[in-house]
Design a protein around this ligand. Structure first.
Ligand SMILES: [Zn+2]
Length: 219
């Protein structure tokens, strides 16, 4: 089973990803992490990516496709996995179908967590994350609160507010996200494979809905 998230910032994707990983053993493949890993290796491709990213440009689709495919070949594909930050545009979605075909993996389950700008903004003001293991928390939500105030449950690192969590930056990221993904959303909608959930509901309720959709929750 493989899951694609389509989720504007603050829709709750980070929380649901962590929970699926923790409770149901999903692998979590982040496009950003894949790029960072390649840069950290210091390979020729890594150096190329570093120069592209540091000049503020986007890594081209062909290269990204290759890196995502390599990453998928390196994990245990008999376990469910989810992709984060990929595919983000129509061409990438077509590339991803190609990858899945080559690896003999079934079509993705596409979950669109829709959230309006206002609700998203309120939510990010309560958002903190772990600088070490990257787990996300939210001080405004019971489910996503750390067990001990200000400390990561997993690795005990003090939590931090994300420096880009302010109104102007949020609205920019939100608008950019929808500009980039509209074609992708329409593609999956047209195919009848887009599963839309209401991101303004509580994380508890939505996680219940998501695990039912994925068939991992038999409660
Ligand atoms: Zn942590």
């Amino acid at each position: 089973m493989n899951v694609i998230w389509i989720a504007p910032p603050a829709a709750g994707k980070g929380t649901y990803s962590s929970l699926l990983k923790e409770k149901y053993g999903f692998s979590h493949i982040s496009a950003g992490d894949v790029l960072r890993e390649e840069i950290a290796k210091g390979s020729a491709i890594g150096k190329e990516i570093e120069s592209i990213v540091s000049s503020g440009k986007m890594v081209d689709d062909t290269l990204l496709k290759q890196l995502i495919e390599n990453k998928l070949r390196s994990i245990d594909l008999s376990k469910p996995f989810m992709l984060d930050g990929y595919p983000r545009r129509l061409n990438q979605a077509i590339d991803y179908e190609d990858i899945l075909n080559r690896l003999g993996i079934e079509k993705p389950i596409v979950i669109f967590i829709n959230i309006d700008k206002e609700t998203g903004l309120n939510r990010i003001l309560g958002r903190v994350n772990c600088p070490n293991c990257k787990r996300n928390y939210n001080l405004t939500s019971g489910y996503a609160k750390p067990k001990v105030d200000g400390i990561c449950d997993d690795c005990k690192t003090p939590l931090e507010h994300r420096s880009d969590d302010n109104k102007e930056s949020y609205e920019n990221r939100y608008n950019t996200y929808f500009n980039e993904t509209t074609e992708l959303i329409n593609k999956y909608k047209d195919e009848g494979s887009l599963i839309e959930i209401d991101g303004s509901k509580s994380p508890e309720e939505n996680f219940g809905i998501i695990t039912k959709i994925l068939g991992v929750n038999n409660d």
